[in-house]
Design a binder for this molecule. Structure first.
Ligand code: KIV
Length: 271
């Protein structure tokens, strides 16, 4: 039987080895089959089916409204495209904070119904029981500390977190708790670079930064932000690699012109 899918799959163990070797980990979000297919062929290490889908795909102002069913729909679409990258899926708001049994059920649904490789949960000590229970079922868990967007109504603003000593101390302690529990990695979002560097040095598991400076084990960005599809979101940490919104506008305008002027379709484009 021919097997065109023979590829070296990125696992949580591969990420651990990358940290040991000092090889940086690349991670981007994807929420659909077509984008995930493109990403996977580039050799990206990790694809995150982030609950940022709530903003980017559904147009909500926050990540709070997206449901577990919607996350599973996005994750299953991504999984149909991916052969190589490790696929991590966010547990959405309200599906893991209540109690650890509910958290486990949510994680099991994601793993069973989408075929994803791991889940990500926002928070530290407060959600440790949920993290432990999910891990005990053999489901790999990634942590997420710093600016945790599901807590935006508590923070009241998207400014950089953990600039005060108390919050920085809690973040360091939470990072150790998550590592001791058995998480395979931690996303550090929008915190001072020096603090991210300290956490990265102290932990054996990889840290993935977004707005956390260079001295982390890897970087993550939201795909639609770095491609310049989203336009209003411009934090300092965001490097735009393309201005795709301009390109899309240009192409669609050209199409409209061609339709109006009857330049499209031409004779070769008809039957
Ligand atoms: O949902 C998401 O896209 C994320 C990243 C910003 C890390 O959690």
């Amino acid at each position: 039987m021919s097997n065109s899918k023979v590829v070296s799959k990125i696992t949580t163990h591969v990420l651990q080895e990358m940290k040991l070797k000092g090889e940086k980990i690349s991670m981007l979000t994807a929420y659909d089959y077509s984008m995930a297919s493109l990403l996977d062929k580039t050799g990206i290490d990790v694809i995150l089916v982030g609950d940022s889908a709530s903003n980017v795909m559904a147009g909500y102002k926050t990540t709070l409204p997206i449901t577990l069913d919607q996350m599973i729909y996005h994750a299953a679409s991504v999984m149909r495209a991916v052969n190589r990258a490790l696929v991590v899926v966010d547990l959405p708001f309200g599906t893991f904070q209540g109690n650890s049994k509910e958290a486990l059920n949510s994680a099991i649904r994601i793993m069973k119904e989408s075929g994803a490789n791991a889940v990500k949960l926002e928070g530290g000590k407060e959600i440790l029981e949920s993290v432990n229970r999910i891990l005990s079922a053999g489901i790999p868990v990634m942590g997420h500390l710093g600016l945790t967007p599901q807590s935006i109504h508590k923070f009241g603003t998207y400014i950089v977190r953990a600039t005060e000593q108390d919050e920085a101390d809690k973040l360091v302690s939470d990072a150790h708790l998550l590592e001791e529990a058995g998480c395979f990695g931690i996303v550090l979002e929008k915190i001072p670079a020096a603090l991210a560097s300290q956490v990265t040095d102290e932990l054996r598991i990889p840290t993935i930064g977004i707005g956390a400076g260079r001295k982390v084990d890897g970087q993550v960005l939201v795909l639609h932000d770095m491609l310049g599809i989203t336009q209003k979101f411009s934090p300092r940490f965001l490097r735009r690699y393309h201005n795709l919104s301009e390109e899309i506008r240009g192409s669609v305008n050209a199409y409209i012109q061609d339709v109006k002027s009857q330049n499209f379709p031409n004779e070769r484009e008809q039957y």
